[in-house]
Design a binder for this molecule. Structure first.
Ligand code: C5P
Length: 304
């Protein structure tokens, strides 16, 4: 099976508090976008799981840990096999990486989510997406929200996920320019900095404003509703993030909002043509790509 593992951006990200286990309670609207790793996956019957990763060209893999148990795709396959009680189930997983590492785009989590969906089919499990989300939570906080393949609202550490907004079946397709400053942002370090420097917010109107943007389909409302509580702490640690945001605004994007814990910044544009124009104006020191909202059919792989 060959499929795409879509990157995500956080349209909203509220840090609501610290939990006893050291994680943070979050509320976040998560949007899959068209920048994607390619996953080729072949089932095996000898209980072996192998993962091979190559760069799709634009992505440096130096920061990739070669140990299989550190790879989120490997860990997701291993968790699924344990839950299914099928010790003989295995797979060869071949990943072509196009999503930058440490960029806040959920690349490793997207690979894990795609592997869960694919192996659920290939191993004949056909598990509901909610079950895959629960299994994915063992692999990483961003995995549950990416198994849905559509806009979701994520809560808790990341394990409580629902299709969102419930009342909008035909989701708008949004267009963004992503500017990546080419630095690897440390998620634990950014969360730690948030504890020291930020107000922890809890205002429900942030999600309400985003719901209004979705029901209107108006990119100006989307731009106005985007917000990320990790922006200030991430910019304090990595000043290049502020420069990426300034470059996006200068190039004509409607806003420039950090995704996840960084380092990528997303700006809203009206359509693909405007996205191309904005991309061309971003200075060479940043990697700029135009993306749009990406959806799988009914939470399952549509493949190619
Ligand atoms: O779960 P995951 O391994 O993706 O999380 C990476 C790190 O991000 C955690 O070790 C923690 O420092 C931070 N984190 C957090 N609160 C969350 C998610 C992640 O503090 N909800």
């Amino acid at each position: 099976m060959k499929t795409r593992a879509f990157a995500k951006i956080n349209l909203t990200l509220e840090v609501l508090g610290i939990r006893p286990d050291g994680y943070h309670d979050l509320r976040s609207v998560v949007e899959p976008v068209s920048l994607a790793d390619i996953i080729e996956i072949e089932p095996r019957r000898d209980g072996r799981i192998t993962v091979e990763t190559v760069s799709g060209g634009a992505v440096a893999l130096d920061a990739l840990d070669a140990r299989p148990e550190k790879n989120l795709a490997w860990r997701a396959a291993d968790s699924l096999r344990r839950h299914a009680g099928k010790p003989d189930a295995g797979a060869d997983i071949f990943i072509t990486k196009n999503i930058p590492l440490g960029g806040g785009l959920g690349g490793g989590s997207a690979d894990a989510a795609a592997v869960l969906n694919a192996l659920s089919v290939l191993w004949g499990l056909d598990l509901p997406v909610q079950t895959l989300a629960e299994i994915g939570a063992e692999t990483g906080s961003d995995v549950p929200s990416l198994v849905f393949g559509r806009t979701v609202l994520m809560k808790g550490r990341g394990e409580r996920v629902s299709s969102w907004p419930a009342e909008t079946p035909d989701l708008p397709v949004w267009h963004f320019v992503l500017a990546n400053p080419g630095i690897h942002s440390s998620t634990p370090a950014v969360f730690k900095e948030a504890d020291c420097t930020s107000r922890l917010t809890s205002a429900g109107e942030i999600t309400d404003n985003m719901r209004l943007a979705f029901s209107s389909g108006d990119p100006r409302l989307l731009a106005a509703a985007m917000q990320n509580d990790l922006t200030v702490p991430a910019q304090r640690l990595y000043p290049r993030i502020a420069e990426a945001a300034a470059a996006l605004l200068e190039a004509g994007a409607m806003n420039a909002v950090l995704t996840g814990s960084g380092s990528t910044v997303a700006g809203v544009v009206r359509d693909a043509a405007e996205g191309e124009a904005v991309c061309r104006k971003i200075p060479g020191g940043f990697r700029a790509v135009c993306v749009s909202s990406a959806r799988w059919c009914n939470g399952q792989h549509s493949g190619f």
